[in-house]
Design a protein around this ligand. Structure first.
Ligand SMILES: [Zn+2]
Length: 362
């Protein structure tokens, strides 16, 4: 059962697989509980103690409910490495499981404080506030203050707003996040999240003194069905661009909208990790696996947030909205799941070959 049906099963399977391999395991509690009273944690596993070897980091669940795929990839890799007896020589692997365990267990994208964690990793010195004017226009549409109903004419309202303000304005509101609407979608937080605090404190100890880090952070819900794109949303050096193309192919990666449109996503994990001096060379990519198209994904996020904020947990509308969100980010289709896993294996292998190839003396 590579794809777990819920967070607790995913974590149990992850812990057991790590134990079978004899890897180092850490657990970092997150305040709060899951829907069945379960405790929550970020689990970290490493193949060997920190050393100078290159490090491959694979993380899952920064966006809670998107964690089903990343967790399945981590579990499948652990099982594969167990069968092969070991990792390729000369490499350390660090797995970060369920960076947002609250969202994973509650079938949400955001954390216990409704924070979208990929907007919360502001760099040192940046303020947890910003211009909310663009977002405010869409607040009424994105965040109705009542449980979801079948008759709210989502598509009609969406097309009207796009016609009035243009698609770039809507995209900007979604991509940049906001610090003012605490119950709204894409809330970036009013301070560092629990997850950011844990990573800030421990990331360096997981990495050690490695000079090279390659970090793949698994997401879902963006792009074409069952295929991935590596999305880069921080400034890349030309050496890094070159490396991405050589390792993965020119078509496999792209820099986020920041270059094409005049706004920057703020507070992404990738931007933060690469700006912290954890290692002299830190290459980060968000792996985005496509599921459904943008409009149903936004509709699903909106309905789940309405149900979570304004509905009762036992209301069938809440159950329905959360089930739908799981489908939007981790389709039950066997074809999607096997394709996503096969492509993830291929991607991880390319990353390993790439980093080991670079590490060899020329
Ligand atoms: Zn995501």
């Amino acid at each position: 059962m590579t794809f777990s049906p819920d967070y607790v099963t995913a974590r149990t399977q992850f812990r057991e697989a790590v134990k079978r391999l004899g890897w180092i395991a850490h657990q970092y509690p997150i305040a709060g509980i899951g829907p069945r009273g379960e405790d929550l944690s970020i689990d970290v596993a490493a193949s060997a103690p920190p050393a100078t070897q290159p490090v491959l980091i694979i993380s899952s669940g920064l966006h809670g409910v998107e964690g089903f795929l990343g967790s399945a990839v981590q579990l499948a890799l652990l099982e594969r490495w167990k069968r092969q007896k070991r990792l390729p020589e000369g490499l350390r692997c660090v797995l970060l499981h369920a960076l947002n365990p609250h969202g994973f267990s509650w079938s949400r994208r955001s954390d216990a404080d409704n924070i979208d964690l990929n907007r919360n990793f502001l760099l040192n010195g940046m303020e947890y506030n910003g211009d909310c004017e663009a977002y405010a226009r869409f607040d009424g549409f994105l965040n109705p203050q009542h449980p979801p109903s079948r008759w709210d004419m989502f598509y009609l309202k969406a097309s009207w707003l796009v016609a009035r303000y243009g698609l770039p304005a809507l995209k900007q509101a979604l991509v940049t996040g906001q610090h003012d609407f605490t119950k709204g979608l894409f809330f970036a937080g009013k301070g560092p999240s629990q997850t950011k605090t844990i990573l800030q404190e421990h990331m360096k100890s997981w990495i050690g003194s490695a000079t090279t880090v390659v970090h793949l952070d698994f997401h879902a819900g963006l792009g074409a069905w069952g295929t991935y794109k590596l999305i880069i949303d921080y400034p890349l050096s030309s050496g890094q661009q070159d490396r991405l193309t050589r390792w993965f192919g020119a078509q496999a990666w792209e820099e986020s909208d920041a270059k094409r449109i005049s706004y920057q996503p703020r507070g992404s994990l990738g931007h933060w990790c690469t700006a912290q001096n954890f290692a002299p060379e830190y290459l980060f990519a968000a792996v985005e696996f496509g599921t459904y198209s943008n409009i149903p994904v936004i509709a699903g996020l909106r309905a789940e947030n309405q149900a979570h904020q304004w509905g009762r947990p036992d209301d069938p509308r809440t159950t329905r909205a959360k089930k739908q969100l799981r489908e939007l980010f981790s389709p039950v289709s066997e074809e999607w799941r096997s394709r996503a896993l096969a492509q993830s294996f291929d991607l991880v292998e390319k990353a390993i070959d790439g980093v080991l190839g670079e590490a060899e003396p020329t």
